[in-house]
Design a protein around this ligand. Sequence first.
Ligand SMILES: [Zn+2]
Length: 323
Amino acid sequence: MAVTEGSAASCPVCGGSGHRTLGPNPDYPDSEIVRCSACGLMSTFPVPPQEELAEDYETSYVLHHHDELPPHYVPHKDARAAAQRSFVVEHSDLSVFDRVSVLDIGSGIGSLLKAFADLPNAGDLVGIEPSPTMRARAQQRVPPEARLLGGLFSPNRFEEASFELVTGSHVLEHVGDPVRFLGDVRSTVRPGGLLFLEVPRETEHEVRRIVAARHQGLMHLLFFERETLLAALHAAGWELCHVAAFGPSRDSFSVVPPSPRPSGSRIRRRAVRFARRLGLAKWRPRSAKRSTTSAEMGSIGAFSTENEPDGIWLRVLARNPAR
Ligand SMILES: [Zn+2]
């Protein structure tokens, strides 16, 4: 765990230069995941070129290239969007705005736009989604007046202060420089307007497991804990309204299946057989912790009603301070 001082990597949140290297990012093997010694942010350095990221999201990200979505996909996204909408409504007062124009970054199949479309004071609905396949699916699901745009978010594409609410569900972890991104987003939000984000809640232990297993397909550049997410928002000038963890406990779920340890499992099998002989039919060794793959992860939220204080997702609502 060498601490590199004065290296070229400076933390995108606090600017600190000291860090520990956790290992290569399996999705971007030319880059390492580093943990800032000052603020604790886990980020990817160097950030892969923007063109490479844009192309990945157009062509290969998770399910975008599949013709058929798994049966749980749509109900899961819609149920999550409904819960996210409730979170926003519960922790803010959207009725103070004459109209609530919504920009959803990474709008996927349009679940969040659909969820906010029936606000009594709904304004413009705009989604940005790089994948043409997902955009086509969204187009069939959102109200006809909603605008769906391709490509990646850039503040130049929108008028300043033109939205009351910007949302991004599982977007910020794909961004190279969170403070710059959150600052750019803030320029599109009117003073007093809101930002809702949901990101995975990571731990260093989990990130180390992802690195060790060379687990691919997440395409995450940032790995947030509650503190580092709030530090990024603060550095970009946002005021916190509310933050909470949701979903099943971080301790009980990992995107990485348990590593095969032949000798260990032989011992475990023998222990289970011995327990059965003693009549403890349901006994399992404690190390046989439940784990799941990324593909399975998509289905968890659809059916899980667990919301643990150490859940695997973080939801945050922030306000652009009124001038
Ligand atoms: Zn830092």
